[in-house]
Design a protein around this ligand. Sequence first.
Ligand SMILES: Cc1ncc(C[n+]2csc(CCOP(=O)(O)OP(=O)(O)O)c2C)c(N)n1
Ligand code: SF4
Ligand SMILES: [Mg+2]
Length: 298
Amino acid sequence: MVALKELPQEEYILLGHAACAGCGPATSIRLVYKALGPRTIFVVPACCTTVIQGPYPYTAFASPLLNVAFETTAAVASGIVAAFKRRGIKDVNVIGWAGDGGTADIGIQALSGAAERETDFIYICYDNEAYGNTGFQRSGASPYGSWTTTTPSGKKEHKKNVPAIMAAHSIPYIATACPSYPLDLISKLRKAKEMKGTKYVQILAPCPTGWRYSTEKTIEMGRLAVQTGMWALYEIEHGKFQLSGPSVGLVDKAKRKPVEEYLQMQGRFGHLTKEDIATIQGWIDEMWEKYKKQQLNV
Ligand SMILES: Cc1ncc(C[n+]2csc(CCOP(=O)(O)OP(=O)(O)O)c2C)c(N)n1
Ligand code: SF4
Ligand SMILES: [Mg+2]
């Protein structure tokens, strides 16, 4: 695990960005930059980041960023990787940086193709669990029961498991992360940077505007997501699954906080009944039984 004192003092997401106060994705960009440094090119489809970056001709990113059509993130990144290879450029990190809508739903075909071609890049899905940029519509990654503008009485389906879909592609590295655990996040990206082939990282990035909580609680919200087991931190390295960070100690259900503690802090879950909460708790417990088996390799 990287130590705090090893992190660069420099900031690469600059003053004047246009994120909402308390934006989890903006904090995540800051950490990704601290992990990878400024020799990094971001490929970004339509999403909140196209606002966070600031209006043209200004930019809050200290390195090149390409805005691309929604479904093309991994395809464009593949082209950049090929062009760099042709020109013999080896020291630039090519990052696909897309939201959950742009990953779980709209960009999944291009992502799957890039993974199958073993494209040498890191694809990061920052997951605020809805289509934030267009007013918070449901995505495949929105959790069961959550209010969005297209699920006014709560989503009826569970969250799509994109890391598992990527695991089915047998890529060398998959990780989940959260900006509430910055050193864990940075360590995972540094590891991904050193590996060849397609690396997939999904960051749970709390969004006060859509999740409806007060802006100073973003870090606390991410911690609660992890402590309740709603979001598990893990790595799948060359097919080997391993829980990481605080999630290591949460295999035993008694160690996890009840999910209600997390849900009750967010307006998007304000309408949930006891039965809904039990359904979500049941889903978490079921997921953790799977993590336990994967951890034990059975
Ligand atoms: C092909 C296409 N369909 C729809 C849109 C409209 N659109 C722009 S951003 C966005 C939401 C993106 O959601 P997500 O990928 O989760 O990123 P977030 O906004 O949450 O950061 C949508 C639907 C578009 N730009 N292009
Ligand atoms: S809507 Fe959410 S993800 Fe988008 S900029 Fe605001 S806080 Fe960040
Ligand atoms: Mg989103």
